[in-house]
Design a binder for this molecule. Structure first.
Ligand SMILES: C[S@@+](CC[C@H](N)C(=O)[O-])C[C@H]1O[C@@H](n2cnc3c(N)ncnc32)[C@H](O)[C@@H]1O
Length: 260
């Protein structure tokens, strides 16, 4: 169903072998001993598009469009800029403060969730929902195993609570006004051509557009704001009722805001 097998890298360390077995059990996918085989050969032999590779205490998902793995690159840079006093457009759109609770409905590789976790701090909370079991697994395990040298980044990563769920279903289970900010960063309707780093994610991500029903649920569940990120020229903001737009004049992405 997931069109994926799991294996280890060629070093076949004991830790990687254990991780591969864990992934196979969690995701219900076939665990294949690596030996010396190259990934394209294994892809052919087992008739799958994706191979999850356990290596060095974490996972890389090899898709037909490239490799996917968790790394807090972008969030690290954004946190550094926030600490230097620069404004982060996403947290400004959220009007995010220490101690707030955030539900990130589209976790992906978690960069936005980590930045939100840094800003909300130890007294806040960030939950990230991800519909794709593979992305949710790679991000969740990556966050669990990643060792950041900087304590604040490290603790921001560890505080993110990762849940493999579809926001369309999950939002319905939450009480009214139970989260401060609800955030959506769906796959763009019209992807930015130079956004190479997001391209491999396309192979395994959920591409459904955000619906008016989900926005209405988010408006019921959120106390403070509902925020959506999209291509700055997107018509999605108007279609879904995000009436305030935040973002740089020349920026390729904007944040639509619904203030509650
Ligand atoms: C553009 S990426 C998000 C990137 C993320 N903001 C980051 O900082 O890495 C969109 C993600 O949302 C997920 N997604 C799309 N629809 C979803 C849904 N209904 N429920 C949960 N996740 C969903 C996709 O699978 C994809 O991983």
């Amino acid at each position: 169903m997931l069109n994926t097998i799991v294996t280890t890298d060629r070093k076949n360390h004991k830790e990687s072998i254990e991780l591969a077995a864990y992934a196979a059990e969690k995701l219900g996918i076939k665990n294949v001993k690596r030996n010396r085989a190259a990934l394209p050969e294994m892809r052919e032999e087992y008739g799958v598009d994706n191979i999850l590779v356990a290596k060095k205490g974490s996972f890389v998902l090899d898709t037909l469009d490239g490799e996917l793995f968790f790394h807090p690159n972008m969030s690290q840079l954004r946190i550094k800029n926030i600490r230097m006093g620069d404004e982060d457009h996403m947290t400004a759109a959220m009007d995010l403060k220490e101690g707030m609770g955030v539900l990130d409905c589209t976790l992906g590789f978690g960069a936005d969730a980590i930045v939100a976790s840094f800003v909300t701090g130890e007294g806040g909370s960030v939950t990230g929902l991800e519909a794709s079991p593979l992305i949710s697994f790679v991000t969740g395990e990556g966050m669990k195993h990643f060792l950041a040298t900087n304590y604040e980044l490290h603790s921001a990563i560890k505080r993110v609570n990762v849940i493999n769920a579809d926001y369309n279903e999950y939002l319905k289970t939450l009480p009214d006004k139970s989260v401060d900010v609800i955030y959506f960063d769906p796959m763009f309707r019209h992807p930015l051509k130079d956004s190479h780093n997001i391209n491999p994610i396309r192979a395994v991500a959920d591409h459904r557009p955000l619906s008016i029903e989900a926005v209405n649920e988010a408006k019921r569940v959120a106390r403070h704001r509902v925020v959506m990120k999209e291509n700055s020229r997107s018509l999605e903001f108007a279609r879904l009722g995000f009436d305030t737009i935040v973002g740089g004049k020349h920026s390729k992405v904007h944040y639509g805001v619904i203030k509650l």
